[in-house]
Design a protein around this ligand. Structure first.
Ligand code: UDP
Length: 383
């Protein structure tokens, strides 16, 4: 097994970081993680026994930024490349887990003539990235990455559509340890509802994920507006930009309007997701832009909860409509409301699909199988 230096720009606990934690824990001998920012991800990795350190850098470049910001970032970028070169000398391979990690990792790998793997967790299209940033990322991947691991077919397709090199791409889904989601949490159901000031008779819909406009929490609020016996739990927090904070304030405003007041609970970032999924009646994923993968959908399926997801991106590769869940048009709150009503009125059908979803998720997203694929992919880049 090669020694691997993992790079990630974030100190927060996002989907890409949670997947990286599992990979770094089990792939690489030794494995070491360098983060470009501090945050709760550091303690999370330490708790898993993963060697980690923070090398802070402020590039001042955003996903949708232009030339000027990038030009201003050059001195900081070069300093960071020098730092990473210093660390990377003693590793066989550099593994870039985010876009900024790719920029730094590609230059360091080129300098040291070491293989580079880019784990792509983003859909490289105009809804998130500027045309210039898309060109930079696909070009760096073309010239410097031995392999691009895409976390869904949708992610791979967007990469190729943006002129990424198809021959380097391999689709490997996220993997999950199902244990926490299989534990029977039914005994906690009442207590969880009480702790969230939710009536036991209420029809509880839950949306889990970062608070960001494209994650679409407002779509669920609109769907729930006319249904007085529904409660909405919004789990997750805004942690990236001022724009996300502004969106959170807008959600709080919508939630305080007369139709919804008292029926929306902002739960913040939570670590007890299996308990929350179990205490809810249905898990809603309502991103308005294509989701690169959608970990929360798989977690809900493993928890045997009915799932309604946006019919786009990775979500439609995970959920099989009419069999393991429901898919609705992104942003269409009327269709979402109709689907949720169907689930509320047909608990038998909902339970059937939820069980089918659990079996399907157990089969397709096993952490061991997926780590095996990543190990093979990485080894072929080195040996
Ligand atoms: N998550 C969590 N607590 C929260 C909100 C989210 O642990 O309060 C986790 C969630 O379980 C999932 C991940 O964050 O594993 C989000 O991944 P996803 O792919 O759904 O979205 P991303 O963050 O990659 O956009």
């Amino acid at each position: 097994m090669p020694s691997i230096l993992y790079l990630d720009q974030s100190g927060q606990l996002g989907g890409a970081e949670l997947m990286l934690a599992e990979i770094a824990r089990q792939v690489g001998d030794p494995a070491h993680v360098i983060l470009f920012d501090d945050g709760p991800f550091v303690a999370y990795l330490e708790q898993l026994g993963v060697s980690v350190q923070v090398e802070r850098v402020r590039l001042g470049v955003t996903k949708s930024g232009g030339w000027l910001a990038s030009a201003n970032a050059v001195p900081a970028l070069l300093r960071q490349v020098r730092t990473i070169v210093r660390h990377a000398r003693r590793f066989d391979l550099i593994y870039a887990n985010t876009s900024k990690a790719l920029v730094v990792g590609a230059l360091a790998a080129a300098y040291l003539r070491k293989p580079l793997v880019y784990h792509l967790h983003d859909i490289l299209d105009r809804s998130h990235f500027s045309p210039m940033n898309i060109r930079v990322l696909t070009s760096l991947a073309r010239f410097f990455a031995a392999r691009v691991i895409a976390n869904s077919q949708a992610t791979a397709d967007a990469f190729v559509a943006a002129s990424g090199d198809r021959s380097r791409v391999e689709v490997i889904y996220n993997g999950f340890d199902p244990t926490p989601f299989l534990t029977d949490q039914d005994g906690e159901r009442v207590a969880t509802r009480v702790s969230l000031e939710t009536q036991s008779s209420s029809f509880v819909t839950i949306v889990v994920g970062r608070i960001a406009r494209w994650k679409g929490q407002h779509v669920l609020l609109e769907a729930a507006r006319s249904q007085k016996d529904w409660t909405v739990w919004i789990v997750g927090d805004a942690f990236f930009t001022e724009e996300d904070m502004q969106y959170k304030r807008e959600l709080e405003e919508i939630a305080s309007t007369a139709d919804l007041a008292g029926r929306v609970k902002f739960c913040g970032f939570r670590k007890d997701l299996p308990t929350l999924y179990s205490a809810a009646d249905v898990v809603v994923h309502c991103s308005t832009a294509p989701e690169p993968f959608g970990r929360v959908i798989v977690e809900a399926m493993l928890s045997a909860r009915p799932v309604v997801a946006s019919n786009a991106g990775g979500a439609k590769e995970i959920v099989r409509s009419d069999t393991t869940g429901w898919l609705v048009a992104p942003g269409d709150f009327c269709s979402l409301r109709e689907t949720l009503l169907e689930i509320e009125r047909n608990p038998g059908l909902a339970a059937l699909r939820a069980q089918a979803g659990r079996s399907d998720a157990l089969r397709r997203f096993s952490i061991d199988a997926i780590l095996g694929q990543i190990r093979t992919s990485v080894e072929t880049c080195v040996f």
